[in-house]
Design a binder for this molecule. Sequence first.
Ligand code: NAP
Length: 457
Amino acid sequence: MLRVAVVGSGPSGVYAAQALAQQREVPGVRVDVLDRLPAPYGLVRYGVAPDHEKIKSLQGSLRTVLEDEGIRFLGHVEVGGDRLPAGRLLELYHAVVYCVGAARDRLLGVPGEDLAGVHSATAFVAWYSGHPDAAAEAFDLPGVRSAVVVGAGNVAVDVTRILARGVPELAPTDMPQSALEALGGSGLRTVAMVARRGPSQAKFTTKELRELGTLPSVEALADPAELALDPAYAGGPAAAALPAVARRNLEVLRGWAEQGPGGPPPAPRRITLRFYLRPVEVLGGPDGRVRAVRFERTLPDGQGGVAGTGRYEDLDAQLVLRSVGYRGVPLPGLPFDPASGTVPHAAGRVLRAGRASVGEYVAGWIKRGPTGVIGTNRPCAKETVSSLLQDAGALARRELPGDPLDALRAAGLRPVLWPGWLAIEAAEAEGGRSLGRRTVKIPDWAGLLGAAGPAQT
Ligand code: NAP
């Protein structure tokens, strides 16, 4: 028998577990999927926007995997802490696959970004997604009339859309009641999403961009003069050389920019997409809160980059979300490359001092960095599992101390097993019913662990 721990129950962890359960090369593989949280699914539960029901429904297929008889979910188990150091985990299993994602936000590195009212998009997403670590985040929304979102990736689009949506559209989601009420009580009128480069270099995908133009009671605008700074905006060879997604993005933006007189009447809320503006300072008011963001106008340098012009523009904002990508966090006991924010590896085998470490593997964002869509994790996890299976003969020779669950409990951990998670799900459904909504997430640790119940068998 080969006993494998997968650390992390987001898409990469579940796909790794699935690849292990479905393979026929090595018989008798048992997989424990460990997660720090009592709830499974990682960023599918705590990152995919609550109004994106279709992507959220992916939880159904991840669930089927976790219910496979060769797989056991062990939530509320933190790896890398005092109770369960990485080295100890490797004593309990023949192999460990780390699928711990890239949990942190990146900073802008400009003065003033620590002012009240400036947050990472990661924190904002975690808060409206009911992540228990974000329960205490304070988003002071009632005084917010204008928000600035820095960055032009799909996370920037997500937070822009959630800010601009009204309560009638958010109420059917599983967003915690506290976040729904806070968003509903904001006085927000405008959200500016600001990119330091041009529309051709934006990282968002067209479906997500287009959706911003379809929100009820929201107008989406782009400035034709600003778009025209992009050499590809006018079409021609520069446009032909672009990837298809960038060409389609330009078409959508052109449509928004060309809505002149005779277009739809002004809506209560407005989203503006701004380009060629790089943040240089966050400006505070006398109350110590953010009042504006200062940007420097940039221009394309002809090689996909930009150069500063020494001209500046201030955009008013009482809320600033920096959405400039995620980064990996070192897990104590595992090697880490701070430059890339990933664990050094060869085809998924963790490298220590350049050599493959016996029994240690990585998959997902901690392996390749925070890129790609959810489906990208499937081939990534398969590659790692294929390396593991090649090593299986040697790995399985080691005697293990018995069921790891006993050792985890003996170390003082209180794992939440699958029935505990099902009890959380049932409590969230019941909580939603009592509010006249569908399922509503429990957003704090005490609530989650209380709902999971004491007996985890
Ligand atoms: P991302 O796609 O890497 O976008 C980061 C954005 O931040 C880029 O526009 C980048 O501009 C900008 N940026 C970086 N440093 C900056 C700085 N110092 N000042 C100003 N702008 C800066 O990251 P993400 O949006 O966090 O998304 C992460 C991954 O999750 C992506 O693969 C994304 O597609 C995926 N995701 C997908 C969905 C979906 O499919 N619906 C939803 C959410 C996330 P430059 O290009 O100029 O560096």
